[in-house]
Design a protein around this ligand. Sequence first.
Ligand code: ADP
Ligand code: MG
Length: 446
Amino acid sequence: MSTDPTTTVKAAAATVWNDIVEHVRLNYPELARGWFTDLRLGDIEQGVVHVHTMNRAQADYLEQHCRRSFSEAAQAATGRLVAVAFEPGEDAGPGDGLEALGFAHDEQLVLNPDYSFDNFVTGPCNRLAHAAAIAVADEPGRAYNPFFVYGGVGLGKTHLLQAICRTVRERPTPPNCLYISCETFINHFIEAVERGALHQFRYRYRHVDLLVIDDIQFLAERERSQEEFFHTFNTLHQSQRQIILSADCSPSEIPSLEERLVSRFNSGLVALLDHPCLETRMAIIRKKAKLRCIEVPEDVIRFVASRIDTNIRALEGALIKIDALSQTLPGPITLELARESLGTEPAHPITIPTILETVAQRFNVKVSDLQSKKRSKAITQPRHISMYLARKLTSHSLEQIGGYFGGRDHTTVLHASRAISELRTADVQLRELLDEIMTEVKNAAH
Ligand code: ADP
Ligand code: MG
């Protein structure tokens, strides 16, 4: 019985592809995902191995993050000096109409294939935001408009925004969903002013069906961009087009944001992403481990979730670290291995009193002065530095931090820590001083 030659070629391609994926998994565990095995090897032409993805989002993501490692893996698997290129396969579905509006493909943010609703774990900290995001994706422009998500670093704002974009883009006839950074909006606006092309700018922005802008807090201090955004917002809103925004604080906490924008942002649904509780953190680790095809026992999941309680990105980082160490050793992941990977010392969380004591000592002032209402310069800067460090090194909310400083308002804490953060960028001496104090605080916590 003779075998059909196409079947043989397909089987050979599948074997090569498996070898490539295995090489990536072993050498770049942080990149590896379960869905890599669903991709298909296409032609090899002029030294380029074409890989077909299931949709454009995957192709964009892989091109941006994985090209070099896959090329290395393809060289190892084929023994030939080849490079890998990713492109959407034939049945990848329709594209969108944004290019017709003049938005170049690379001006938009690339969607991360991991950031879907299915992969978003819910708990008391994020249930409202998640449910609202699903409603918005189901009925853009009707459910909640605008939809404003806010929360600290690494708590899932970008993940939720991208899940909405992805859901609407996967519809049989997708609406024009523009997903950009706040900087892109500002840059397009400045460019349009300089080139006298405001008319064209407005035409483009006011004809999208969904406008999704991540980290809108960067509109702070940008008076003219704020004004332009205000008009863009109104036009879209009046014609029931959906506006979706994220920020690291609520609308009224964005420094120097025009009052009329604050009230527009508050006019739809404003949802907070809060710090996840232990159960949610454990569920997130389970989800992330599954996505990366890593077998993790329950005791390790509990250990990691108890050690890291602030930022979800850090939870994922810990998982990758454990997986990377386990690749170098025989046998499965164990609690012992996890301990070795993350350090055996139990985590001593940094507290605000530790920060206050360290800063007070360094500046030769009293802790009670830092907590008082005194406004002398010798006290205000150390106080602002303490607030900045409390925001950076602890998981307390702005309100809670304000409480340690004589019941100050959360906006005071926000402004103080922003001011130090800006000074830090401009002033090398201050940066060194802050780094030193941070090390002292961390040492004091152990
Ligand atoms: P932010 O934009 O708020 O800084 P991201 O959306 O980038 O945070 O999230 C950081 C990481 O944490 C991402 O890998 C994201 O998938 C993950 N993450 C955050 N929240 C959740 C959640 N509820 N379920 C699963 N993963 C989450
Ligand atoms: Mg983000």
